[in-house]
Design a protein around this ligand. Sequence first.
Ligand code: DP6
Length: 322
Amino acid sequence: MSTATAIAHPNIALVKYWGKRDSALNLPATGSLSMTLDIFPTTTTVSLDEGASGDVLVFNGEQRVDGPAERVTRFLDIVREMAGSTLSARVETVNTVPSAAGLASSASGFAALAVAASAAYGLDLDTRSLSRLARRGSGSASRSVIPGFAIWHAGDSDETSFAEPVAAPDLAMVVAMVEKREKPVSSREAMRRTVLTSPFYPAWVSSTAESLEAAAEACRDGDVERLGRITEVNALRMHALIQSCDPPIRYLSPVSVEIFDRISALRESGVEAWATADAGPNVVILTRPASVDAVTAALDGLAELAVAHPGPAAALVSRAGE
Ligand code: DP6
C-alpha cells in the first residue's frame, strides 16, 4: 500500500483572485499575488486502498460524506487520470486554521492534498506542475505550493496558469480572527454570483490586472508603502464588488470595519500597516516586522491575534510503499 503525507500553509493575497474565466479548469480572470504564511499548517495523508470501492475523507478526525468529500474525489480523479490508476484513497487531513472562515483553509488543504496525492499515486511532479494541480482543487491553493511571496499567473490554459515565487521586501502579517464560524456563502458560490450579477465585475478585472502589475513592480523595488497601499485598496475593491452582487453578499462584519478604521488611524500616526480581508470577516494586516507590536497593540481587545511571517512551500514529509 502506498501512502504519503504532506504539509502546506495558507496564503493571504495582497492582490486578490476573485472570478474565474473557466470554472472547469479553475482558470482565474486575473493573476494574483500572495504571501504564504508560516502558521496554521494543514497536514494531509493519502493512502491508496486496493480493496476499497470509493474514497474516504477524514477531516479533523471526522469522516465526511458531503460536499468536501465529493470535492476531494473530483480532485483525486484528476490525479488518478494523470497516474493511470483506478485505486481509491483514504485521505486524512488535519487543519489548524479555522476552516471556511475566510482564512484560506482551501489553499493549504488542496496544496497539501496535491503534494500528498501525487506522491501516493507515484507521480513525480515539479513545482510548476504541483501548482497547476493544486489550482484544480482550489485556485488559491496554486500559491500555497510556493514559499513566501508568489504570483499566480492567470494564463489562458491549464499549462499557463500556475504560481511562482517573487522576491519581496521583509514583511509580516497580523491575522485578526474576528469569527471562526463557517461563512454563510462559500467563496466559490460568491465568485460565481459576482461574475453573473455584478455590474462592476468588468472594472474589477481591468483594475486588478493593473494592480497586479504595480504590486509586482513594488515587490521588485522593495517599495513597502506602495505595496501596502495597493493591498488595502484591492481588498476593499473586492469587498465592494462582492456587496454589489444580486442577492448581495457581505463578508465584513462591524468588527472587521472597525479594524480597517484602526489600521487607517495607525497609519496616520506614522506606522506602516495596511489591512486586507478574504471571503470572511477576519482581517489580516500587512506590516513591517518591526511594527508588529504597534499593530497588535492597536487591535488589542478587538479580536484574537496571530503573527505570521513568510512561510515554507508545501512539502512532502513522508512517503512509504510503492
Ligand atoms: C478571497 O481559491 O477559495 O481568498 O478556486 O473556487 O476554490 P476556488 O476559490 P478560492 O478563492 C479565494 C478567494 C480569496 C482571494 C484570494 O485568495 O486570492
